[in-house]
Design a protein around this ligand. Structure first.
Ligand SMILES: Cc1cc2nc3c(=O)[nH]c(=O)nc-3n(C[C@H](O)[C@H](O)[C@H](O)COP(=O)(O)OP(=O)(O)OC[C@H]3O[C@@H](n4cnc5c(N)ncnc54)[C@H](O)[C@@H]3O)c2cc1C
Length: 390
């Protein structure tokens, strides 16, 4: 995939990533698939993960979107999207560090103390964080959350339950959303930095998900958090969270584009070799239409994704566009990977090919960070409020 709209310098960084994927990640795919097939999740062997992290650090692939003031490269959104697209041409679960959306959420509002204690170490990859928004009774509609935080002297006391929370097990702290004013709805939601060793914070369940992933259920039982760990102002949590979700939606778009690219290439390769009833699959119209549709959709989506990334780079805050990206990307990738699996017949149903792992991950993307139906609702609401397209 080419990225003609990036500067030459940034295209060179993307080339480094492309080579890293080809030379360091792709060779690990077989062992990752074998581990997943034996119940170890979609994970690398610890020694492989260490080697990959060492190599990526040596190549300068850390802190890519961290602000320069915090020691990062501060690459713009469009370059980061190209990098994510390249990294997601394989199912090897290499994570760019730090987790940029959580860091971006903190950097919007953190105090000098929070910057020094939490944000900067996250930027350097020394601390890991999770975000806890969803609850058993409030998922797609976080404004109805029940977890509360009330001020008591120099602390806030958190009570409630969170569910489906990713990346908790190795985390040092979480960004936890709780209501400080139930009457104010989303305007009463605040964000707290909660260290995982805080008394009253418990991981009560590890939940196996499809695609070899795990999430957790958390309980906050009179969990005392210093008032200094309130991120931003009381009631500002929802707005801070929206910015974080926006960045993740853009990333999910790139991840789906990367998977679609890989699946389409696998399909093209396979149908050019496999004959049924004496004819190559590539000569069948049914298959050609899958390839034509995938090519058109990926082209349209790439323009959509980089338009949004470019506008974010110029400082615009987007809403509907990111919902469109989330819905379009996940549905496009779901169809392309499904057609690729179908074209491989029984081989497409095995755990030896990466296609099933891609399909399961994309299936998760259609729910996490807001289900498609909620995004369609938001797109329609915004369109109706803004009126006819001029
Ligand atoms: C793998 C994974 C990782 C996750 N990680 C995190 C995390 O780290 N932190 C976190 O806070 N949360 C996380 N989540 C939770 C995720 O954000 C929620 O699952 C999601 O927002 C949906 O909430 P819900 O599961 O309660 O579904 P519900 O809100 O109960 O919705 C169920 C279904 O109802 C339909 N629906 C809902 N609303 C509407 C509507 N308005 N119109 C039409 N149909 C509708 C949709 O089909 C939806 O899928 C994760 C989820 C998954 C699957």
């Amino acid at each position: 995939m080419d990225y003609p709209f990036l500067s030459e310098e940034h295209r060179m960084i993307v080339d480094v990533v492309r080579r890293f994927v080809r030379e360091d990640l792709m060779p690990l795919e077989k062992s990752v698939l074998e581990r997943e097939a034996t119940g170890l999740g979609l994970t690398m062997r610890p020694e492989d993960e260490e080697a990959v992290n060492r190599k990526s650090k040596a190549l300068g692939l850390w802190g890519l979107d961290v602000p320069e003031s915090s020691g990062g490269s501060e690459l713009p959104a469009d370059t980061m999207i190209a990098i994510h697209t390249e990294l997601w041409k394989t199912i090897v679960p290499y994570k760019t560090l730090p987790d940029a959306p959580n860091l971006a959420m903190m950097l919007q509002a953190c105090t000098p103390y929070q910057l020094h204690k939490y944000a900067e170490p996250v930027g350097r990859g020394e601390l890991l964080s999770f975000i806890a928004i969803s609850e058993p009774g409030a998922g797609g509609d976080p404004s109805s959350m029940h977890t509360t935080a009330h001020r008591d002297g120099d602390d806030y006391v958190l009570n409630g339950r969170k569910i489906w929370i990713s990346r908790v097990f190795n985390a040092d702290f979480g960004l936890v959303l709780a209501s400080t004013n139930r009457e104010a709805g989303r305007g009463g939601i605040s964000a707290f930095i909660v260290e995982t060793n805080t008394p009253g914070f418990q991981i009560v369940r590890k939940i196996p998900m499809i695609a070899g992933q795990y999430t957790s259920e958390l309980v906050f039982d009179n969990c005392r958090v210093p008032a200094a760990n309130l991120l931003g102002q009381e009631g500002q949590g929802f707005a801070l969270m929206q910015h974080r979700l926006s960045l993740r939606r853009l990333e999910i778009g790139a991840w789906c584009l990367g998977f679609s690219h890989r699946a389409l290439n696998m399909m093209i390769d396979h149908v050019g070799q496999r004959k049924t009833f004496g004819v190559l699959l590539s000569e069948r119209q049914a298959i050609q239409w899958w390839i034509a549709d995938a090519t058109m959709q990926m082209h349209a989506f790439k323009l959509m994704l980089f338009d949004a990334a470019n506008r974010i780079k110029q400082g615009e805050r987007l809403r509907s566009e990111l919902s469109m990206i989330k819905v379009y990307a996940t549905e496009m990738a779901w169809n392309i990977v499904d057609h690729a699996m179908q074209s491989f017949g029984a081989m497409g149903m095995t755990k030896e090919l990466p296609l099933q792992a891609m399909a399961n991950r994309i299936r998760l993307f259609r729910v996490l960070e807001g289900p498609s139906e909620v995004h369609r609702m938001l797109i329609a609401r915004n369109r109706i409020r803004e009126g006819q397209i001029p």
